[in-house]
Design a protein around this ligand. Structure first.
Ligand SMILES: [Zn+2]
Length: 295
């Protein structure tokens, strides 16, 4: 790895005069950021703009929990100017590789002051638009440190993105204020931080890890709760099989299921439409309002 890098530096040294002769060759001076999954990559792109090249280690359509790495991924982690990970074991293979690299790595959960016990209980902080603004603050600081000359541009872009997130928070607050129900039943327990922010309660069929097997006793318990509270909708999600949520919906007497996105990645359809965090969260808000009977 080290030898490969030395060779790359030598090559770059040799090639510089040629590249300079061809044109501005701005690509060579772009800061490279490697994010471990979608929300961090989007924030880095929004804040960095053109001078920053952002990669995402979680491939499209793949669920990021416990992602395994390829050899190319490991090389990319070693070579990036800045690596962004959520931390606290959300993606252990990526976090281990990031620990071994020489360059800086930003662990977002720690950087925004989430205690380890809270992070282990629920790592999905990005689904709370207020905490997402703290994520933006931390990435802004790290980008400025990586390329201080662009401080003003990064700060302006970060402020613009934060204000979009603040409007989103306002829309959630207003839209979920007056509802018939406050119980949210989801396939995988990803919406704890969002629920806390807007005074909802979440019950997940599976746990924090979407691959964990649901327990029949848990399904029976939830079927009772759902009936008692008049729940109309069981939420499933796009990157995980809806089987479990469908089983509960059936057992609870034919409730509807609806897809709520935990924003762990975008579907092909969302990407084709050019949707990002704010657009998908806005769609989530509409579905929540319908399911909870909000006015
Ligand atoms: Zn998750």
């Amino acid at each position: 790895m080290r030898r490969r890098r030395t060779r790359a530096i030598l090559l770059a040294t040799i090639l510089v005069p040629t590249a300079a002769a061809i044109g501005p060759a701005a690509a060579a001076s772009r800061t490279t950021v490697l994010a471990s999954f979608f929300p961090l990559a989007e924030a880095a792109r929004e804040i960095g703009g053109r001078p920053v090249s952002v990669g995402n280690l979680t491939p499209p359509g793949v669920e990021p929990h416990d992602l395994e790495l390829t050899t190319d991924d490991r090389d990319a982690i070693e070579d990036a100017d800045l690596v962004l990970v959520l931390g606290e074991g959300f993606q252990p293979a990526i976090e281990r590789a990031a620990d071994d690299r020489d360059g800086p790595t930003l662990e977002l959960l720690g950087a925004i002051g989430i205690r380890r016990s809270a992070a282990e209980r629920d790592p999905h902080v990005w689904l709370d638009p207020v905490l997402m603004q703290r994520v933006v603050d931390a990435i802004e600081r790290a980008l400025i440190k990586a390329d201080p000359v662009k401080r003003e541009a990064f700060a302006a872009r970060a402020a613009a993105y934060r204000s979009e997130l603040a409007s989103l928070d306002e829309a959630f607050r207003a839209g979920l204020a007056d509802c018939d129900r406050r119980l949210l039943v989801t396939a995988h327990e990803a919406f704890g931080w969002l629920a806390r922010r807007y005074s909802l309660r979440e019950e997940g069929v599976a746990g924090i890890d979407p691959e964990s097997e649901p327990d029949p006793a848990r399904i029976a318990e939830l079927a009772d709760l759902v009936e008692a509270r008049g729940v109309t909708t069981i939420f499933t999600e796009d990157l995980v099989s809806p089987k479990v949520a469908e089983t509960l919906a059936r057992e609870a007497g034919g409730l509807r299921t609806e897809v709520l996105s935990p924003l762990e990645g975008l579907t092909d359809e969302q990407r084709d439409r050019g949707d990002g965090y704010v657009a998908v969260m806005t769609e989530n808000r509409t579905k929540l309002r319908a399911a909870l009977g909000c006015r």
